[in-house]
Design a protein around this ligand. Sequence first.
Ligand SMILES: *Cc1c(COP(=O)(O)O)cnc(C)c1O
Length: 227
Amino acid sequence: MSLAERYGLVKSQIAEATTRAGRGADEVTLIVVTKNHPTRLVFDLLDLGARDFGENRDQEAAPKAAEVRATQAPEHRWHFIGQLQSNKVKSVVEYASSVHSLDRQSLLEALGKATANRPAPLDVFIQLNLTDDPARGGIQFADLHPFAEKVLQHRGLRLVGVMGVASLDQQLERDFSAIRSASERLQELAPEANLISAGMSEDFATAIAYGATHLRIGTAITGNRQY
Ligand SMILES: *Cc1c(COP(=O)(O)O)cnc(C)c1O
């Protein structure tokens, strides 16, 4: 299958899952994850109509975003979806319109500082820890309100919702319903923070059934990554 065929197929699968869930087509944003692919792929995806791109490493994303920005490319957005080291924050906020992986206090402080004087706020999703193990990355359900309260104090950040990654044990319903519960809990405190970043190549249809608004899809569209 060509890139165009894979992109078209995923788009139609998203449309089907959205209809099946009784949701509107405009409720779901497709972010194409272009990590470990050359910038050429981003240009090809722009030609196919893609406008939202996901990357997980600043070292790769920063030069890619600059390369695209230097052209007549149509308006597009970069979503930072990977674990973010505080010393990369200054670079990331230059090109990213959103960070999906806000997973700890030290990162919140670095992001807050780097965005304090921005004209437009940076969208942030709180990354959830869906396990009982606090040592795993992300914010646990019980800490969601206190953490969100701290996020809301930063004028350069706009808290837009939660982000989760389903675990590898294929308990998709359990994981996506936990993400949805966390979203509902967050909205008790911040009603406008109603977005859910969830769903990847293997599980996006289930994620849509559980309310995902932002899908992060790589290999199903791009093919296998080159490492
Ligand atoms: C790589 C990545 C994806 C995309 O994964 P695929 O299985 O290729 O669709 C989604 N989310 C995050 C956080 C990732 O790092």
